[in-house]
Design a protein around this ligand. Structure first.
Ligand code: NAD
Length: 430
């Protein structure tokens, strides 16, 4: 099939390379000229395992191309995917201006009957509006159908998640859209859940917000475990054997970040409020997370007389391992607090350093190894669960740091091993 994908971010680009990988002819459109030029050279602007390999394969086979020329890209494909961002507005609602602008560009350009598929995460009812808007604005008399196909990939494992998704949810209002989407996804051989458009839109928020809730629940419990002398990891282990609970997403830590859980929880709260409904469970998840991200900073601030002139090692900048994305990362919330207090920070992250330098003007030193960050430090904060950090021997904290004082937001180390190595070690819920 001939596909055009609007947006080459985490979702659009991964979808583009994966659809090309299974043999579809894919054109990806972005408004960012620099990104498009990089992509046409086979260089991925984001870090994801296998992404660059798939990108180069698609380019070499002639199945994948990138352009800013939306008019030709939207003129006559079989399917157009909308995968642009829907970031949070100050009031918590989803900013739909990027989706609207793609809808306008499609209406201006499309010259052949076409299925438009909304992959971006959008509030319930948006697909209806996109359809109406395109139909009202069409320049050429063609038949447009709109379907919802929310994306469930996780950053850090995005290509794998797209190729081996646990399910494909499609929201359709007509048989033809369903047939086209089933054919499009047939090479992936994955379970397809076909529902109404509104249910598909809601399924995306329902899934993300449930995961956020699960994390906040474990973090809330972890805080209580600390008070009552239980260990959250033992508790999680005991819970995990219950098939009704499941074993994933039971890890306590410094709170969720990234571009999705924070904005999708707020967007659903906003949607509920529009209908006069208070979604209390999701509100609780958001409240717990807002506090959790500062938990270690607060603990350290209670333990230390000052951060002024103190050498702080920050291990991990990305919001999770496997990505260079800094959006809503706990590190990005805590670094300014430490700097304001006069801390002298040395930071390590295996892939997010460039993004951090570009997006933030933090006056801190960046180093290429964990050891270099630890050398001479008086306190260490661990914000990301990178393997490179996990691999450090407890004894290295003791031998390299001036004061072996570690605040671990990811529970990467065994508390006893750290204690035996002579490290004053604080983690979450243990
Ligand atoms: P992103 O911010 O990484 O990328 C969006 C891209 O769209 C940018 O490259 C931008 O230049 C481009 N763009 C903006 N306007 C455009 C236009 N008119 N035409 C073409 N391109 C345009 O976003 P993302 O993280 O890929 O997220 C996209 C959507 O998918 C969001 O709704 C998000 O909630 C959802 N989602 C994201 C993830 C994730 O892990 N990042 C997972 C599932 C769903």
């Amino acid at each position: 099939m001939r596909l055009t994908i609007a947006g080459t971010g985490y979702v659009g680009l991964v979808a583009g390379v994966c659809f090309a990988h299974v043999g579809h002819q894919v054109t990806c459109v972005d408004i960012d000229e620099k990104k498009v030029a990089m992509l046409n050279k086979g260089i991925s602007p984001i870090y994801e395992t296998d992404l660059e390999e798939f990108l180069q394969e698609g380019l070499q086979k002639g199945l994948l191309s990138f352009t800013t020329d939306y008019q030709s890209a939207y003129r006559d494909p079989d399917v157009i995917f909308i995968g642009v961002g829907t970031p949070e507005l100050p009031d918590g609602s989803a900013n739909l201006s990027y989706v609207a602008s793609v809808a306008r560009q499609i209406a201006e350009s499309v010259e052949r009957d076409c299925l438009v598929v909304v992959k971006s995460t959008v509030p319930v009812g948006t697909n209806d509006k996109v359809e109406q808007f395109i139909k009202d604005s069409l320049v050429h008399p063609v038949r447009i159908e709109v379907a919802s196909n929310p994306e469930f990939l996780a950053q850090g494992t995005a290509v794998h998640d797209m190729m081996h998704a646990q399910r494909i949810v499609i929201g359709i209002e007509d048989k033809h859209s369903e047939t086209v989407l089933r054919e499009l996804y047939a090479p992936f051989n994955l379970p397809i859940v076909a529902v109404s458009r509104r249910s598909a839109e809601m399924t995306k928020y329902a899934s993300n917000d449930f995961l956020a809730l699960k994390i906040s629940y474990m973090n809330d419990l972890a805080n209580l475990c600390e008070l009552v002398g239980a260990n959250i990891e033992d508790v999680a282990l005991g819970m995990s054997y219950d098939g009704r609970i499941g074993s994933r997403f039971l890890k306590a830590g410094i709170g969720y970040g990234g571009s999705c859980f924070p904005k999708d929880t707020k967007a659903l709260q906003y949607l509920a409020a529009q209908y006069g409904y208070n979604l209390r469970t999701v509100t609780a998840a958001v409240d717990v997370n807002n506090e959790q991200r500062y938990k270690l900073y607060r603990k350290a601030a209670n333990r230390m007389i000052t951060f002024n002139g103190i050498k702080v090692a920050v291990l991990g900048l990305a919001f999770k391992a496997g990505t260079d994305d800094l959006r809503e990362s706990p590190a990005i919330y805590n670094i300014p607090l430490l700097l304001e207090q006069g801390a002298e920070i040395t930071a390590f992250d295996p892939v997010a350093e460039e993004n951090c330098k570009r997006q933030y003007q933090f006056s801190m030193q960046y180093v290429q190894t964990v050891e270099d960050a630890l050398r001479g430090a008086q306190v260490c904060f661990i914000f990301t669960d990178w393997q490179e950090i996990r691999d450090v021997e407890p004894s290295a904290f003791k031998s390299l740091m001036r004061t072996a004082l570690v605040y671990d937001g990811r529970n990467l180390f065994d508390s006893r091993a750290m204690l035996e190595a002579g490290v004053e070690y604080y983690s979450i819920g243990r």
